[in-house]
Design a protein around this ligand. Structure first.
Ligand code: ADP
Length: 212
């Protein structure tokens, strides 16, 4: 985060003299309280300064990077996930390709009745199978998908940071967002409730960059 000269000056004053009121900061800089208001709002929103009623401003002690990190750990997968695009494992490779085009996604999630996660299919899985010269109208996606328990998933309450880390570590483009069918379910069945892709992360990145 790039601070203006004036914002840097405010930060220095608060570091040295905080807690300090807006009025006092304005005096030190020979400016009016109204002129400073937008800067104070930015510094507070960014988490660099904290404001307490009747006490004034004080320095939060957090570096801008630490503030960003905390934000990324606070935002949950459930807040930015997309709807899942799902097919059954009996769906043909041909229909899976058509679904990818129609739904404009790069990863299909394979479920059975009740939305229970069975696997995922990526673009390259489908490309690979077309090289075999088999009849893609007859071939079910079940033979090409990555199957449970090898599917990497996230929960809606996981942080977006944890999800992004999984995307990078496992070198995949998307993760099914899941929840256990029942608490303490021994069968380890997972119900698909969403999809989190690199696009969701990139969109969040852009929004954060816009200051939203
Ligand atoms: P692409 O194949 O289009 O590059 P990915 O990098 O996402 O897309 O997929 C690479 C491989 O990883 C594929 O075989 C795919 O089935 C598998 N895969 C994709 N997503 C996951 C996931 N969430 N968990 C486990 N494997 C996955």
């Amino acid at each position: 985060m790039e601070l203006s000269k004036r914002q840097e000056a405010i930060l220095e004053i608060v570091k040295k003299e905080g807690p300090i009121t807006g009025e006092q900061i304005a005096e030190r800089l020979s400016l009016t309280r109204a002129t400073l208001r937008p800067d104070m709002a930015i510094l507070t929103m960014a988490g660099l300064l904290e404001a307490r009623p009747r006490v004034g401003y004080y320095y939060s002690g957090k570096s801008p990077n630490r503030v960003i990190a905390e934000k990324l750990h606070r935002i949950k997968v459930g807040e930015i996930k997309s709807v899942p695009v799902v097919v059954s494992e009996h769906c043909s490779v041909y229909d899976a390709v058509v679904t990818m085009f129609i739904e404009d996604v790069g990863t299909l999630i394979v479920v059975r009745e009740g939305g229970i996660l069975e696997g995922v299919i990526s673009r390259k899985d489908l490309l690979k199978i077309t090289l075999g010269g088999q009849d893609i109208h007859k071939l079910p996606v079940g033979v090409v998908m990555t199957r449970m328990p090898n599917v990497i998933t996230v929960g809606p309450d996981d942080s977006v940071w944890a999800a992004a880390k999984k995307l990078i570590t496992h070198e995949v483009d998307a993760l099914p967002v899941v929840r256990p069918v029942e608490e303490g379910d021994k069968t380890k069945e997972l119900e698909v409730i969403g999809r989190l892709s690199k696009t969701n992360i990139t969109r969040l990145f852009v929004e954060l960059g816009e200051g939203n």
